[in-house]
Design a binder for this molecule. Sequence first.
Ligand code: R5P
Length: 290
Amino acid sequence: MIVMGGSASGRIAEGIGKELGIPVANCEFRRFPDGEGYIRILDDISKEDYVIAVQTTYPDSNIVELFIMHDAIMEWTKNAKIITVVPYMGYSRQDKIFLDGEAISARAILHHIELYSDAMIFVDLHSSKILEFTTKRSYECTAMEVIAEYFKDKGIDFVLSPDKGAIERARKVALNMGLEYDYLEKTRIDGTTVKMRAKNLDVNGKRVLIVDDIISTGGTIIKATESLKASGATEVYAVCTHGLYTNNALEHLRPVLNGIYSTDTIESETSVISVAKPISDAIREIIGGI
Ligand code: R5P
C-alpha cells in the first residue's frame, strides 16, 4: 500500500504515511505555460495492492488534478484498488436544487470522483446526505476529536455552535472536553450576510470556542462573536475543519477574535490541527472490508 498526495494535500498524505507506516509516493507536479496541470508518479507503484490518493477538491484546478492522479495511478498499477481521500469536498454546499434550472453540483463532482475509486473518504462534509448520490463504499470521518484534543489544555470554558446545523459537531467537541455547549439561531440572508437571533447564552466571564465545519467569508463567526460578547464572554476563539477564508476573511476575523484555528484539509496559516489520524482510522476500517 502506498499513499499519494495531490499538490493541495501533501501534508495530510505525509501524515497518513506516518500513521499507517506506509510509503508516500514521490510525484512531480507542474503547470504548462497555458496553466494546464501535469503530474508524474516518480516511484514504481506497479506492484501495489492499494493506492491512497489524497486531494482536496478546492479550488477547481485541484479537482482536475485529482482526475489526472487517478489516471496516472490506473496507468501504472492496473489491478490496484484506489481509495480516494477528499479532505475538503469542494462544491458540497450546493447539495440540492434551490432554484429551477440549477445543478446539484455536489452530485456532479462526486460522480466523477467515484469513477476510478474503489472507496472514498471525506472529512466533515457540509451535508452527509450527498453520500446518497454514490453507490461506492464511502466513509465520512470527523475532525472533532482531534480538535477537542488540541484545545484540551487551552483553558476553554464553553463550546458554541454558530447554528443549529452544526450542533452535533460542537456537542462532540464539548463532550470530549467535558464542557457545556449551546448553539445560535442563524438565518442566511445571502452569500455574504447572516443574521443571528438574539439569545441569552450562559457565557458571562467565560472563554468560548466557536466550532464550525467551514469558515468562508467569516460572516457567521463575526455575528456569533458579537452575540457572545453581548452575553459577557471574555475571550472568543474560533475553530473550523475547513478554513476557506474567502474575501480576505482572516483580515476581518483576526481583530474580533482571540485566536482562529483550522485543520489541514485546506492548508493555510491557521491549519495547525491535522486530520491524518481520523483519515487513517477510516482507511484501516475500509481495508478490512474492501
Ligand atoms: C453553514 O451552514 C456552515 O456551517 C458555515 O457556518 C458557513 O459555511 C460559514 O460561512 P461564512 O463564513 O461565509 O459565514
